[in-house]
Design a protein around this ligand. Structure first.
Ligand code: ZN
Length: 214
């Protein structure tokens, strides 16, 4: 949900951000966004009052609010207390994490998969938290390169592991739908921290497990 004052979004908690249900009345931020969408429709040559479009500004505002909810809250709230002491020093990996984000250059979706791995140094994290960390950074305007780095840095920060590896493979609608129309080109980015960067065997093990493109 947008805050009433659109400039204050980064200071919201997740609970505030996710509090909006579909049936909730729009707040001041959503009403402002809906008014902009209505103007967009007019600029596109549409009749915003025709039956099929009457509720579109409100729906688009609610959808955009959901798709950018990652601006609210802190990644530490995402992880919460799901960090456990464990004397395990082998690679932990969650692969094929579904990813939906929006490019900041065109405000069009990009989507694909993230593969996130780390080698613990006395602490492990609840496995469901890794997809939630990806989501936290994906649900805002992004470039894939920064998203990859932010996920790696967040895992590094909350777990202080021996190393972190993140690979993201994604299709960008701004490439597929406009201009070059390269429908099958997939963009692959990686971010390596600690032993994933410094140790060739660890890096190779990670990239083999990620099986990019597989
Ligand atoms: Zn783009």
């Amino acid at each position: 949900m947008f805050p009433d004052d659109l400039g204050q979004r980064a200071s919201m908690t997740h609970e505030q951000s996710l509090g909006a249900e579909d049936g909730d009345a729009p707040n001041a931020g959503e009403r402002r966004y809906a008014a902009l969408v209505r103007e967009q429709l007019a600029l596109l040559g549409e009749d915003a009052d025709r039956e099929g479009l009457q509720r579109t500004p409100a729906r688009a505002a609610r959808a955009m609010s959901f798709l950018t909810r990652g601006y609210a809250g802190d990644v530490r709230d995402v992880v919460g207390d799901a960090i456990f002491r464990e004397d395990h020093h082998n690679m932990v990996m969650v692969r094929d994490i579904e990813l939906y984000s929006m490019c900041e250059h065109h405000m069009l979706p990009f989507f694909g998969k993230a593969h996130v791995a780390y080698i613990p140094d006395g602490r492990i994290v609840g496995l469901s938290k890794l997809p939630r960390i990806v989501d936290h950074f994906a649900r805002r305007l992004q470039v894939q390169e920064r998203l990859t780095d932010e996920v790696a840095d967040a895992v590094d920060e909350v777990l202080a592991p021996l190393g972190v590896g993140v690979v993201i493979e994604a299709f960008h609608l701004c490439m597929m739908m406009r201009g070059v129309e390269k429908q099958n080109s997939r963009t692959i980015t990686s971010a390596l921290r600690g032993v994933f960067r410094d140790d060739a065997r660890t890096r190779e093990e990670f990239l083999a497990l990620a099986r990019v493109g597989g």
